[in-house]
Design a binder for this molecule. Structure first.
Ligand SMILES: NC(=O)c1ccc[n+]([C@@H]2O[C@H](COP(=O)([O-])OP(=O)(O)OC[C@H]3O[C@@H](n4cnc5c(N)ncnc54)[C@H](O)[C@@H]3O)[C@@H](O)[C@H]2O)c1
Length: 330
């Protein structure tokens, strides 16, 4: 099977490609990435010479390029997106281009060429929830510009299924953590600052809740959607692991034998959603997906990975570790 992975230099895309090459010899993978925020070519340097992998630098909004790449592929897995929530609050325009126009470019081509699209979406499309968990039937109610562009992309995907019977599937996952995440995000930033004995900034009181999943478990769900997912369907992906930010930071400090005095509270960002939560009964029952990594195992593995791979920090600007908190929802 020939897979076109977009945004493969980013956090989830790079873990997905590495897992696939390790576990499935039958896949040939092309990674198209424009090396924007969140990308790190070092994430995939160890497979540069793998005969089943090639990298193409390019933008998913480039119709001609995408036509050519999709013509050589069976399935497109669309990870490429502007993903930093805070940046979308400062200026949403690049988000509209990559997340909406980019998805539309791919949709148009896969429809004409009769190929398959797996659209990687997010729990943020449902917005903040006071109680309960969102199911695939819940309304989309995004409350920040990033989430609004992801929800817009989903509406386009669904409209293409309804109008042209395009071969599309959407996965909506909760907050991922694990190796290779960009260092501005909560977990890597906490590990790196703690290792340098620097202050760790936390938004508000640190009581915002996210539902955390180890990245490899999300990658398994995507693979199952490629093989067994039903056309036109959406699948929520969650590990039912709701934890507030303060508990995560304290757990990391404990694992690293560091003092909680490193924690520093800073003013919350505007529109900071308090709680996301997903019900993933559908993917569990219909595709047999389940999580394989407990939070305890996953967080130990992640701390260890960042401490053992300091070279990942090369080429990343030092402002990524400045005194503002992590610059995204995760
Ligand atoms: N990180 C999470 O917790 C999470 C949770 C659920 C869903 N998602 C979704 O998963 C996908 C990947 O997230 P991530 O955390 O790996 O993001 P990331 O920011 O680490 O990676 C995104 C990658 O996409 C590339 N990219 C962006 N715009 C592009 C364009 N126009 N053309 C080509 N390449 C482009 C970037 O260069 C980068 O390498 C996103 O679609 C995101 O919405 C993320």
């Amino acid at each position: 099977m020939k897979l076109l992975v977009t945004g493969g230099y980013g956090f989830i895309g790079s873990n997905f490609i590495l897992k696939l090459l390790e576990e499935h010899e039958e896949f040939k993978i092309t990674n198209v990435d424009n090396e924007l925020g969140g990308s790190n070519p070092k994430n995939l340097s160890k497979i540069n010479k793998n005969k089943n992998y090639e990298f193409v630098k390019g933008n998913i909004t480039n119709h001609k390029l995408m036509e050519d790449l999709i013509s050589k592929s069976d399935v497109v897995v669309n990870f490429a997106a502007e993903s930093f929530v805070d940046k979308s609050i400062n200026d949403a325009s690049p988000f509209l281009i990559s997340n909406i126009i980019g998805t539309h470019t791919i949709l148009d081509i896969i429809t004409k060429q009769k190929k398959k699209l797996i659209q990687i979406s997010t729990d943020e499309v449902y917005g903040s929830l006071k109680n309960g968990s969102a199911t695939e039937k819940s309304i989309l109610n995004p409350t920040n510009p990033y989430a609004a562009t992801k929800a817009s992309a989903e509406l386009l995907v669904n409209s293409y299924f309804a109008t042209y019977n395009s071969n599309v599937i959407i996965t909506r996952c909760t907050n991922n953590y694990g190796p290779r995440q960009f260092i501005e995000k909560l977990i890597p930033k906490t590990i790196i600052l703690a290792n340098q004995n620097k202050k760790i900034p936390i938004y508000g009181k640190g009581n915002n809740i996210r539902d955390w999943i180890f990245v490899n478990d999300h990658c398994d769900a995507i693979l199952m959607s490629i093989f067994n997912g039903k056309e036109g369907e959406s699948y929520n992906v969650s590990a039912n692991n709701e934890i507030d930010n303060m508990t995560i930071v304290k757990r990391i400090l404990q694992l690293m034998n560091k003092s909680e005095e490193l924690i520093e509270f800073v003013e919350d960002r505007p529109g900071h959603d308090f709680r996301y939560s997903l019900d993933s009964t559908k993917i569990t029952k219909e595709l047999g997906w389940k999580i394989n990594t407990t939070f305890d195992e996953g967080i130990k593995n992640t701390v260890q990975w960042y401490l053992e791979n300091p070279e990942i920090l090369n080429n990343i600007s030092s402002t990524a570790l400045d005194s503002t908190p992590w610059k995204s929802s995760n």
